[in-house]
Design a binder for this molecule. Structure first.
Ligand code: GLP
Length: 260
């Protein structure tokens, strides 16, 4: 796991966007994994700018979302499939149908989850998966207790996550209890995991993810088992790390040819 501590959200967004631009320049038909939440918004803004500048095209790219609320109507602004449309898809040149998410309105949710897994596999698997982290250590919507080898399935949100996400809804009670999420095993199949986190509110979860035991209690700790993980943090999100100085020193002396 490579931990990179940067000066702030802009630098994180720019470096994360670099990873996607480099991927799409060497593999124009890559498969990318997109995340919702506020953490990736800067990354999307940076990618939109790069696209406008002619530095990157998504025309041959397929994208898969991490997760979705169950039961939000198609026109609901907080449906993750709609959010991704607003924050990136509509502003770049994805081909029609290239961006997919799990179907939280399917009559048969387990069957929809199985179809989603099959679609990711048929696309050749995810090249770079963008991730945020919840304050309870969730990635996607894999709440504490999630099997480290789980696949796409229905999960029940913790009250902490529902409270965290209430800011996006008219009232806290409107946050759905149930979601579909790629499993930790599904996420771990991606070839490169790129997690971004900022702010003091994420410091404890980041510490547990990076330096705690690998445990279903902190689902993000499964990233410790992956061969290619990049964690981009600001000073606040990194503030509880025991080895913060070491991560800073390592990145400061990293040979440029290594890339991320
Ligand atoms: C949601 C999403 C996660 C995201 C997390 C953190 O629950 N399902 O993918 O990482 O929230 O969100 P934020 O980046 O807004 O803190």
């Amino acid at each position: 796991m490579e931990v990179v501590i940067l000066s702030g959200a802009d630098e994180i967004a720019s470096l994360a966007a670099d990873v996607f631009v480099a991927l799409l320049s060497r593999k124009p038909d890559a498969v990318v994994g997109l995340a919702t939440g506020s953490s990736p918004l800067g990354v999307y803004a940076s990618l939109i700018e790069r696209h406008s500048a002619g530095d990157v095209s998504f025309v041959g790219v397929k994208a898969f979302l991490l997760d979705e609320y169950v039961g939000l109507p198609a026109e609901h602004p907080q449906r993750y499939r709609s959010v991704i449309g607003e924050v990136i898809e509509q502003h770049v040149d994805f081909a029609p149908g290239a961006v997919r998410g799990p179907d939280g309105n399917a009559a048969d949710l387990p069957a929809a989850c199985a179809r989603y897994e099959a679609a990711i596999a048929a696309a050749g698997g995810v090249d770079v998966q963008l991730l945020g982290i919840g304050t309870d250590g969730h990635v996607g919507f894999n709440e504490p207790g999630s099997s480290l080898s789980s696949r796409t399935r229905v999960k029940t949100l913790t009250s902490q996550t529902r409270a965290d996400n209430a800011r996006f809804f008219p009232a806290a009670a409107d946050v759905p209890r149930h979601v579909l999420t790629q499993g930790l095993g599904t996420i771990s199949d991606a070839r490169h995991l790129l997690l971004v986190a900022t702010g003091l509110g994420k410091a404890a979860a980041v510490r547990a993810m990076v330096e705690g035991p690998v445990s279903a209690f902190c689902p993000a700790s499964v990233l410790q088992l992956h061969q290619h993980v990049t964690v981009l943090l600001d000073d606040d999100a990194a503030s509880s790390l025991a080895l913060g100085d070491y991560y800073r020193e390592t990145y400061a002396h990293k040979p440029a040819w290594q890339g991320l």
